[in-house]
Design a protein around this ligand. Structure first.
Ligand code: 5AD
Ligand code: SF4
Length: 348
């Protein structure tokens, strides 16, 4: 039965909700039929190259209050920091000299970086030979448009969950429909758009995760990042136990996403690597083709504490890169030398 569903997915890249749920119920083990199928589709459509994106976490201030996240504004136990515009540009410059072809600028929703500051940062970074991804939260259509014109190429905004009630319970001051609007606006503006979800939130069901996957397909996302939920004690969900099932389920969600969106970019996420010491490797062999090594200066990166014991938090950016390259070599994959756009988006 599972074989029939996997054959159909590999042939048509589409599945019914009940078929996705069946796949999510399959036992987790390395090289299980689901992961082998996802790995095959990955190889056929995006090849053996792995794209490295240098991640700069430039501010941990956030005006939002998501129940799961350590950067939430009510968390008084976190030391806040901001990189100056010059610092950000400098980190990006060094990364481009090290060979990174994509820079990702990530922060909490921090109004300190107004439009003028962001335009400056974007246009300076675009002088280096890199693609630029923003991950800075919900903005207006006009603001997104200005950033696109300034040179930003891609934008990451996870839907977190497609269950509207769950979303608004966990992100009390946020509006699910506005998040959808942001994603639609970004698509309209021709950004390469990344979204994704958390896996293992309280009250989240397999039905709901299947809806998330179908949503990724429906909006034709260019990138999907899946994060297994890790409880952070300084948040309202801090009483929950770390649950390894979240990791296993997240890898399954990722593998099914690869089956349905065969040519997109899918990272092995930091949360996966945090859960399991072989998290990157397992993800890269179950559908993923991207890693986002952290290039934030050391003293700041350990303060970007969305969840505890973040992978690579005690390492320098150089050591993180070395660890990443070792993993890639170890599984006979190669490092991409191009910008790593979605294959179908490359226009000659
Ligand atoms: N565990 C795992 N991922 C988390 N994120 C926020 N809090 C957690 C957590 N406790 C993810 C969200 C957000 C991204 C920046 O971090 O999906 O989009
Ligand atoms: Fe802020 Fe994003 Fe964390 Fe929510 S998930 S508190 S918006 S950084």
């Amino acid at each position: 039965m599972i074989e029939v569903i996997l054959k159909k997915a590999q042939r048509t890249h589409s599945l019914e909700k009940n078929e996705i749920i069946q796949l999510l119920k399959e036992p987790f083990y390395i090289n299980c039929p689901l992961f082998c199928a996802a790995d095959k589709v990955r190889k056929n459509y995006v090849g053996d190259d792995i794209h490295l994106r240098g991640l700069i976490e430039f501010s941990n201030y956030c005006k939002q209050n998501c129940h799961y996240c350590g950067l939430r504004k009510d968390n008084k136990n976190i030391k806040r920091y901001r990189l100056t515009e010059k610092e950000i540009i400098n980190v990006a410059k060094n990364a481009s000299e090290q060979g990174y072809k994509t820079i990702v600028l990530q922060s909490g929703e921090d109004l300190y970086y107004n439009v003028e500051k962001m335009i400056y940062i974007i246009s300076e970074i675009k002088k280096f030979d890199v693609a630029l991804t923003l991950s800075i939260g919900e903005k207006t259509y006009d603001e997104y448009e200005v950033y696109k014109k300034a040179g930003a190429d891609r934008f990451l905004l996870r839907i977190e969950t497609t269950d509207e009630n769950l979303y608004e319970n966990l992100d009390p001051e946020m509006n699910w429909n506005n998040r959808i609007k942001c994603l639609t606006d970004l698509k309209k503006l021709n950004f390469e758009v990344g979204t994704g979800c958390l896996v293992g939130l309280p009250d989240q069901t397999l039905e709901s995760l299947a809806d998330d996957i179908l949503f990724f397909k429906k909006i034709n996302a260019d990138m999907i990042g899946i994060g297994p939920f890790l409880p952070n004690k300084d948040t309202p969900l801090g009483h929950l136990e770390k649950d390894n099932n979240n990791f296993e389920l997240a890898i399954k969600v990722m593998a099914i996403t690869r089956l349905l969106l065969p040519d997109i970019n899918i990272p092995a996420t930091t949360a996966m690597a945090t859960f399991n010491k072989d998290g990157y490797k397992i993800a890269l062999q179950s559908g993923a083709n991207v890693i986002m090594p952290n290039i934030t200066p050391d003293k700041y990166s350990k303060l970007y504490e969305i969840y505890p014991e973040k992978f690579s938090v005690d390492e320098t950016p150089e050591k993180t890169l070395k660890t990443t390259l070792d993993i890639i070599q170890n599984i006979d994959r190669t490092v991409s030398k191009d910008y790593g756009c979605r294959k179908t988006n490359i226009r000659n």
